[in-house]
Design a protein around this ligand. Structure first.
Ligand SMILES: Cc1cc2nc3c(=O)[nH]c(=O)nc-3n(C[C@H](O)[C@H](O)[C@H](O)COP(=O)(O)OP(=O)(O)OC[C@H]3O[C@@H](n4cnc5c(N)ncnc54)[C@H](O)[C@@H]3O)c2cc1C
Length: 439
């Protein structure tokens, strides 16, 4: 990919690593090995997804003698950034699926079960099957729960039928969503897009799928037969003001109607109506095609434990950690990383890339009797697809500063082919390198 190799990243952003990883492989070089810290610590990681696998590999490299145990009831790894491509008919469902053990260090143990109870006072986790796992250090990397039951009238077996999509639900559901969107953009009608009012992973994904539906309708010469409405949960479309304004302008340009302060609460597939909670009371809007995205919360085992914030996100249950070290505020031997961490930004795989080395640093330092020094700045990245072959590479931090990986080369707010390539080609390689602890 010469166009990427020519670029010199000034900040090693997530996607910037694709260029860096390529250069590293070409030179056959390795980062200098750090001296291992000897320990017999029992480290338990809840969740073997993006954050859990990446951290297990990095700790395996840094620690000698540690007992690393991962707990995860799903031994299928899902590359979730691929779901949008699957739901756009550009990849099959299998594109996002691999076996979890493939990504884990050989010395680690994987317990194939769900964590059911976390007791941070007794320092133990109990699984659904009743296994009790004691720890010296706990990493909560459980991702989040999609709360489908919160949408009245909805069930996952509806996906792919009668114009109902659910890109977030998993690889097969993303593929079924593509079939529904493909049919819809043939026949036309009303497309209705939503997002939940909770924190959510990849907040750009609902916007991307709206753009993609518009694009397919145009490509088929059917845009005249299609009405598109985006129902935003708040007064804005995206949390970063400058990006919000850009998306607003693009939606205006593409003829996407926007309604604000609409939160999906129910769906009636028979009548093809969605019901929204709004400040003026419930409002019904019709659809012929919709992408249901439910509220997102910490998994029940986390939510029902003493780990969440008591006074923030009380309906969501994110873990109470320091926003820079990701260490628990009340239990110093507990960290949270990835989507489940209770920090103001950072529910993307790109954020995981930046969070994992911070947790590694503080955990290894603690074991070695030192202070950790690394700090997470909220880095979040969203390759915002605006049509097939074009995307905006949006990267930002806690303060809503744009922090582009390639300043002066890839403009974050421009719809570029190279930004599309980053999403379509480079992201998966970078993600896989991250899982192996190499990026
Ligand atoms: C449609 C879509 C598009 C996206 N696009 C992008 C993108 O373009 N760029 C980007 O950077 N990010 C994107 N993301 C977000 C990204 O995939 C997530 O932020 C990332 O996977 C978070 O990693 P994680 O380890 O926290 O969670 P996950 O990768 O979800 O892993 C969590 C793991 O914990 C396990 N688990 C859950 N509950 C329990 C329990 N009780 N006990 C044990 N294990 C448990 C799960 O089985 C899972 O394996 C997208 C996500 C979606 C859904």
């Amino acid at each position: 990919m010469p166009i990427i190799d020519d670029l010199t990243p000034t900040r090693r952003g997530f996607l910037g690593l694709a260029a860096g990883a390529g250069a590293l492989a070409a030179a056959g070089s390795q980062a200098p090995a750090q001296e291992k810290v000897s320990t017999s610590a029992r480290i338990v990681i809840i969740g073997a997804g993006a954050a859990g696998a990446a951290l297990a590999n990095r700790l395996d490299e840094r620690l000698d003698g540690a007992e690393i145990t991962l707990i995860d009831g799903r031994v299928e790894h899902w590359y979730q950034p691929g779901f949008t491509l699957i739901a756009a008919g550009l990849q099959p469902a299998s594109y996002s699926v691999s076996r979890t053990p493939k990504w884990l260090p050989r010395r680690a143990t994987l317990i194939e079960d769900w964590a059911a109870e976390i007791d941070p006072e007794a320092k133990r986790v109990t699984t659904v099957g009743g296994e009790v796992v004691e720890y010296d250090f706990l990493i909560v990397a459980s991702g989040l729960k999609l709360d489908w039951e919160a949408i009245e009238g909805f069930s996952l077996d509806m996906v792919g039928k009668d114009g109902i999509g659910a890109v977030y639900a998993g690889p097969d559901y993303a593929e079924a969503t593509w079939r529904a969107m493909d049919r819809f953009t043939d026949t036309g009608g009303q497309a209705l897009f939503t997002r939940p009012a909770t924190e959510m992973k990849c907040a750009g994904a609902p916007l991307k799928y709206t753009f993609l539906t518009d694009d397919y309708a145009r490509r088929k010469g059917n845009r005249g037969k299609v009405e598109i409405t985006y129902a935003a949960h708040s007064k804005s479309l995206f949390g970063v003001p400058i990006v919000n304004e850009k998306v607003r302008m693009l939606y205006e340009d593409r003829g996407v109607n926007v309604v604000h302060d609409h939160v999906l609460k129910a769906i009636d597939p028979g009548a093809k109506l969605c019901t929204f909670a709004t400040p003026e009371g419930d409002v019904e809007l019709p659809y012929d095609f919709t992408n249901v995205i439910p509220p997102m919360r910490a998994p029940d085992a986390v939510r029902n434990s003493p780990l969440p914030w008591a006074d923030r996100w009380t309906d969501q249950g994110w873990v109470e950690v320091d926003m820079h070290t990701l260490r628990h505020a009340r239990y110093p031997e507990v960290f949270a990383v990835g989507d489940v961490a209770g920090v103001p930004k950072g529910k993307t795989a790109a954020s995981v890339k930046w969070q994992v080395p911070v947790v590694e640093d503080h955990l290894v330092a603690q074991i070695a009797g030192r202070e950790g020094t690394e700090s997470y700045d909220g880095y979040t990245s969203c390759p915002l697809i605006t049509r097939v072959g074009r995307a905006m590479l949006i990267e930002f931090d806690y303060d809503n500063n744009l922090v582009p990986s390639f300043p002066g080369v890839i403009a974050p707010l421009e719809e570029l082919w190279v930004s599309w390539l980053m999403k379509e080609v480079a992201l998966k390689a970078t993600y896989n390198a991250m899982l192996r602890g190499q990026a």
